[in-house]
Write a new protein. Structure first.
Length: 199
C-alpha cells in the first residue's frame, strides 16, 4: 500500500484480509458526578445537588481467519459496524514508518460492498502526531518581543510585532494542517477503493 508523506513524517499503511468467524458487541457506561455541596449556618444555608453525567461506549470485538489460516482478534471501541459470520473483510491500519505499531483506519466489507472509517485523518493526526501545534511559535514570539523592545526601546512595538508573528504562524499552521487532513482523508478513501479491487 502506498505511504502518505507530510513534511518529515512518513505514514505507512498495511492491510489484513480475512473471514469473520464470530463477533461480540457490548456497551460500557461510565458515570461521573461533579458539583454539589453548599453550606448550612444558624440562619439557613444553601445546598446544591451534584450533576451526574453518563457516557455509553459500544465495543465491538470479532475474530477473523486470515488468508494464511491464522486467526486474529480485533477490538474496536466506539464503533458498531454491521458484520456477520462468513463475510470477507479487509482491515487497513496506519502507523509511522519504522515503528511496530499503528491504528486501525478503514474496515472494508467485501460482501456488503461498503467501508467504514475507524480513524479518519483528524484522529490519525492526533494519534501519530503527523503535524500538530507545538507552542514553539509562542516561545519565538516571546524572544522576538524582548529583542524588539531592547532594540527599539518600545515594549509596545515589541508586543505588536510579536503578536503579528503569532497570528501569522497560527494562520499558516492551521492552513497546513487542514490541507494535510484533506489529503490524508483522500488517501484513506483511495486505499479503501484499492481494497475492493484486490479481492
Amino acid at each position: 500500500m502506498e505511504n502518505f508523506k507530510h513534511k518529515n513524517k512518513d505514514i505507512e499503511f498495511w492491510s489484513e484480509t480475512g473471514e469473520i468467524l464470530g463477533q461480540n458487541k457490548y456497551s460500557e457506561t461510565h458515570v461521573s458526578s461533579s458539583g454539589g455541596g453548599g453550606y448550612v449556618g444558624k440562619h439557613g444555608g444553601h445546598v446544591s445537588a451534584p450533576q451526574v453525567h453518563s457516557t455509553t461506549v459500544t465495543n465491538h470485538e470479532f475474530w477473523i481467519k486470515k488468508e494464511d489460516g491464522s486467526e486474529k482478534s480485533v477490538q474496536l471501541a466506539g464503533h458498531d459496524i454491521p458484520l456477520r459470520e462468513g463475510q470477507k473483510i479487509t482491515l487497513i491500519s496506519a502507523g509511522v514508518k519504522g515503528k511496530d505499531s499503528g491504528y486501525f483506519s478503514v474496515l472494508v466489507n467485501h460482501n456488503a460492498n461498503k467501508h467504514w472509517f475507524i480513524n479518519k485523518a483528524g484522529p490519525l493526526n492526533r494519534h501519530l502526531k503527523i503535524d500538530q501545534a507545538t507552542g514553539k511559535s509562542i516561545l519565538i514570539a516571546g524572544g522576538l518581543w524582548w529583542l524588539v523592545a531592547e532594540v527599539t526601546g518600545s515594549v509596545e512595538t515589541g508586543a505588536v510585532i510579536a503578536g503579528a508573528f503569532v497570528v501569522y504562524r497560527l494562520a499558516t499552521k492551521f492552513f497546513r494542517i487542514s490541507k494535510m487532513i484533506k489529503a490524508l482523508d483522500k488517501h484513506l478513501e483511495s486505499l479503501a477503493q484499492q481494497a475492493y479491487q484486490n479481492t
